[in-house]
Design a protein. Structure first.
Lengths: 173, 504
């Protein structure tokens, strides 16, 4: 039983992931000194998706780098924007998972004959943990409503340099 | 023939919670009893109780709380702030800032300060060109006028997480404080013998006008809940002895040889005189086992078949535990009972038997004896057993004890009918607070009887988490506790003897 618990612990320690290419998203600690823009996912009105590094906004166009190429498309074609600024705090998530596991393990160990007790004591904690997981994983995710806030996640919040604009390619739907 | 053991006391190691006692009250001339209350030292007639609060040892709780606190610390978010350089005051800082230049290049500074007079931002860090390749790592002096915006990303506690962690911790602590455990009974394996030297009657037990009066005092620091406190009266003749409340014995044979660890013990265990053999616990593992070998010179049976004791005797000690489990509402009782049994138990090996003949009770049936010398091996946890007397006994007959309930209870010397009702009603219990004193009065029958006090009580236990540790990791806990227990073991000996009620 003890061995089983430790095996589960190992798995818990390796859980949690973010659906974004790791080359675009810095870790929680690296984010402070990350020189590039945040990872951005756009959904266009034509139901296509484009994602990459958020370069900036200029003259009602939004610029995104995918690979070595910078693309731009009109803001009017954009339906929704999601920005992921950094990876979640994985250490905190692991700690949360482990503590939840240990707590529920203690509860079931003591009250294994009484499922009612387990339900009452473990459920609130598990529910809270689930909430916390969701918060911690989604903390770096920004679902954009106002574009004026979005700009500060870009590589060039002060405005895109001309030479960058000239290299960029217009993206069609 | 039956092996008879008389175990007087068990040294205290752990908190234990539920006691079913049968104590012998001697004959009129040999009043030998003990206080019916268990001191903080624990079960007077057997069991494991600790005076050492295990509150520092619940590592499971520590792990959980520290982890929860970690979450509080590590449940963080990056708070992005954008501002223009303030040149009205001289400022400096050690937090990382990103300085976005008007030409699109970037400085990331680890430490910085603003020089108001010269209108420059000085700092140490890295310079990135427009295409974000590293151009320089150095100290820089950046003209304020060429700065577009400054960005900082501070790590701040997540508000949502803070609230959730707080709720979790409060819930956890409420759970801990409200929990109580009724673990189970400690079992009896001590009976005083009527062949003990006569003791003086004292204030705690009195024989008066065909009755018995017993003083019951809670000298512990915990609340004790007493289910019942009855007297068992067993009729007997002159020259016979009663053991295990039901077995009349005529003859006791002391051992002729004994082999104990570390010291000579034959003199100590061949006479029932209150002088016990005992060993100190192991300093690395409180669960370590040791053995004593005892040899008797017995009379061979002359063709007579011995009646085997019924099985219920073998499980007598376990019955006490089962009886004590009536009100158990905690599933871990069974598990704790198993663990404590393992620590406390005494295994009895007869001759060269491969497995134990009997485990952990005061009478073990040997059956028909075909040899003159009988070799018995006792195996038990080091430091957990005090052995006063080991003997062979010939059971004459099985007798039925008479149960006598109290007819009057005095609390602080005043009649307490409610206390009496609580003791007589099997669905109720008498709660005794530290310092409470009760006098229980019984009407005894005429004739020659051996008296036993039969009680059932338990302690309200609050060290839930310690129990969790003990239940979850008993072997590890025993090894962890060993050094701590060794430090207090010498004092516990003295405390225990000071608590002893009867002295020979």
């Amino acid at each position: 039983m003890l061995v089983l618990r430790f095996i589960v612990l190992i798995f818990l320690f390796s859980c949690a992931s973010l659906k974004a290419p790791s080359e675009y998203v810095p870790s929680f600690n690296e984010a402070k000194t990350y020189p590039y823009g945040s990872y951005i996912e756009l959904k266009t009105k034509g139901k296509s998706k484009i994602s990459g590094e958020f370069i900036g906004i200029s003259e009602n166009n939004i610029f995104i780098r995918k690979g070595v190429t910078i693309y731009f498309l009109p803001l009017s074609d954009v339906k929704s924007i999601v920005i992921i600024s950094n990876k979640p705090d994985y250490f905190g998530i692991r700690v949360l998972a482990t503590s939840t596991f240990l707590y529920t393990s203690c509860i079931t160990n003591n009250f294994w004959k009484y499922p009612g007790y387990i339900l009452c004591l473990a459920t609130p904690v598990c529910a809270l943990s689930g909430l916390m997981f969701a918060i911690m994983v989604n903390e770096p995710v920004v679902r954009v409503k106002k574009l004026d806030k979005v700009i500060y996640f870009s590589r060039y919040p002060q405005g895109i340099p001309e030479e960058i604009k000239q290299k960029s390619i217009k993206l069609t739907n | 023939m039956v092996v008879w053991e008389n175990l007087r006391r068990v040294s205290e190691k752990f908190y234990f919670f539920h006691f079913t006692h049968i104590k012998r009250l001697s004959q009129i001339y040999n009043i030998h009893t003990m206080k019916p209350r268990i001191l903080i030292l624990g079960c007077r007639s057997g069991g494991l109780v600790s005076t050492n609060k295990l509150g520092d040892q619940h590592f499971m709780l520590k792990i959980l709380i520290s982890l929860i606190m970690f979450i509080f610390i590590y449940g963080c978010a990056l708070n992005k702030e954008i501002y223009t350089p303030d040149i009205n005051t001289n400022k400096k800082g050690s937090s990382v800032i990103k300085v976005h230049m008007k030409d699109g290049s970037l400085y990331i500074l680890n430490s910085w300060k603003v020089d108001k007079n010269k209108r420059i931002l000085k700092g140490n860090g890295t310079y990135y060109s427009i295409d974000r390749t590293i151009s320089n790592v150095n100290n820089f002096e950046i003209p304020v006028d060429s700065i577009a915006i400054i960005e900082s990303n501070e790590v701040v506690p997540s508000k949502a997480l803070e609230l959730l962690v707080l709720i979790m911790r409060v819930s956890f602590e409420i759970f801990i404080s409200l929990s109580e455990i009724d673990i189970g009974s400690c079992y009896i394996n001590w009976f005083s013998s009527s062949i003990a030297p006569p003791f003086e009657a004292d204030d705690n037990v009195k024989l008066e006008n065909g009755g018995l009066s017993i003083k019951m005092k809670n000298e512990a620091l915990e609340t004790y809940l007493v289910r019942y406190a009855n007297v068992l009266a067993v009729p007997k003749e002159e020259g016979s002895y009663i053991f295990a409340t039901s077995y009349k014995v005529n003859k006791l044979i002391s051992p002729i040889q004994a082999k104990c660890p570390q010291e000579e013990c034959l003199n100590l265990i061949s006479i029932l005189d209150g002088k016990e053999w005992f060993d100190l616990s192991d300093d690395k593992d409180l669960g370590r086992q040791e053995e004593i070998e005892v040899i008797f010179l017995a009379e061979k049976d002359k063709g007579k078949r011995q009646t085997l004791l019924p099985t219920f005797l073998f499980y007598q000690i376990l019955d006490y535990i089962r009886n004590g489990n009536e009100n158990n509402s905690n599933g871990n009782y069974e598990k704790l009972k198993e663990i404590v049994k393992k620590i406390k138990r005494i295994e009895i090996y007869y001759m060269d038997s491969e497995g134990p003949l009997a485990i952990d009770y005061s009478l073990a049936m040997l059956g028909k004896l075909n040899k003159d010398t009988i070799k018995i091996k006792l195996r038990f946890t080091k430091g957990a057993v005090r052995l006063d007397y080991v003997a062979l006994a010939d059971i004459k007959e099985v007798v039925e004890p008479i149960t006598i309930e109290p007819f009057s209870v005095l609390h602080n010397y005043r009649e307490d009918k409610e206390a009496l009702t609580s003791l007589l009603d099997k669905n109720k219990f008498l709660a005794t607070l530290p310092g409470d004193e009760y006098i229980l009065k019984y009407k005894t029958p005429n004739g020659n009887f051996e008296f036993f006090l039969h009680t059932k009580e338990w302690i309200k236990e609050e060290n839930l988490l310690t129990l969790w540790e003990f239940i979850s990791f008993p072997e590890i806990t025993l090894k962890t506790l060993a050094p701590k227990y060794k430090k207090i073991e010498p004092q516990m000996e003295g405390v225990f003897w000071r608590s002893k009620y009867v002295s020979p």
